[in-house]
Design a protein around this ligand. Structure first.
Ligand code: ZN
Length: 296
């Protein structure tokens, strides 16, 4: 049995099990400050073990940015986050001390990417990109079965995108203004249209879909030409916008302009919605634990 923690900015989701369809215990914890949130998660896993479900490892799929370089003094910590009180928080230490099992640590996006490969929409390919579209935009690349890590982790939401002709919206990214996240995330749409995406009327929703699809189509061209994925998997709340995935396919096709004439890029199976939905994070955390338990 493995333990998984999806450490989100507003909720911690704790699970014990072997996969998304085999969970024996779970708990959701509202995130306040680290000093009260983290011990509650440690206590949940301790109680579950005491109740007769021993665990061999814990995987943490964390919001970021995080330090992923083993051997770095800040390994296992949130680095700098606008979330008050969480910058510099050690996410790994309290669990290693409290549970005495190996603890694997990665971003929520990387973990979700891996989970889509094991249980979701990328089961039959070895190289793919997973993008989550919501409050932020983030991406994980799995290259020949391994999630891409280097100097920390990719930040695919912050790639630059060409402006749509006539678009005067300045962009909502505090760092780059009109990067992909600044133009196509949930908060970007809310800033552009003056209200939250859930309250859009039909006409605004259509326009929002066009905007997101156009910017995403441009970004996908860069990702596809850089990483050569066999598939693009789209997750996150914005994929619920009606017609979005179809429009993204169309915008992507326009952007690649049939270069290098790969029929696969035109196939509806190339850009697909995620298979795991909300379960991708906790499932990814379990998978990180499984890999840690196997010594990977
Ligand atoms: Zn940005």
């Amino acid at each position: 049995m493995h333990a998984g923690l999806e450490a989100g900015g507003t909720k911690f989701v704790c699970v014990v099990g072997r996969g998304p369809d085999d969970i024996v215990a779970s708990e959701r914890i509202d995130v306040t400050d680290p000093a009260s949130t983290i011990p509650r998660a440690v206590a949940f896993f301790q109680r579950t073990v005491a109740a007769g479900h021993p665990i061999d490892a814990l995987g943490i799929a964390s919001f970021g940015p995080v330090e992923l370089r083993r051997g770095h003094p800040a390994y296992g910590s949130i680095t700098v986050t606008p979330k008050p009180g969480w910058s510099g928080t050690d996410m790994v230490g309290p669990f290693r001390d409290g549970l005495a099992v190996p603890v694997a640590f990665d971003t929520d996006t990387n973990a979700a990417a891996l989970a889509e490969g094991r249980w979701g929409a990328a089961r039959d390919v070895r190289s793919y990109v997973y993008l989550t579209l919501g409050t932020g935009i983030g991406g994980g690349a799995v290259v020949d079965g391994r999630v891409l890590r280097g100097l920390v982790h990719p930040e695919m939401g912050h790639v630059s995108v060409p402006r749509r002709p006539g678009d005067t919206f300045s962009g909502s990214c505090p760092f780059h203004g009109d990067c992909l996240e600044g133009m196509a995330s949930g908060p970007a749409l809310a800033a552009r249209f003056g209200r939250r995406a859930e309250t859009f009327d039909a006409a605004t929703r259509d326009e929002a879909v066009e905007v997101v699809a156009d910017y995403l189509g441009a970004a996908l061209r860069d990702l596809v030409f850089t990483l050569a994925p066999e598939r693009i998997v789209l997750g996150g709340g914005l994929t619920q916008l009606p017609g979005l995935v179809v429009r993204v396919r169309r915008a992507f096709a326009r952007n690649v302009a049939n270069y290098p004439a790969l029929p696969e890029h035109q196939d509806p199976g190339f850009v697909v919605p995620a298979g795991l939905g909300q379960q991708a994070g906790p499932a990814g955390a379990l998978l990180l634990a499984e890999l840690a338990a196997a010594g990977a």
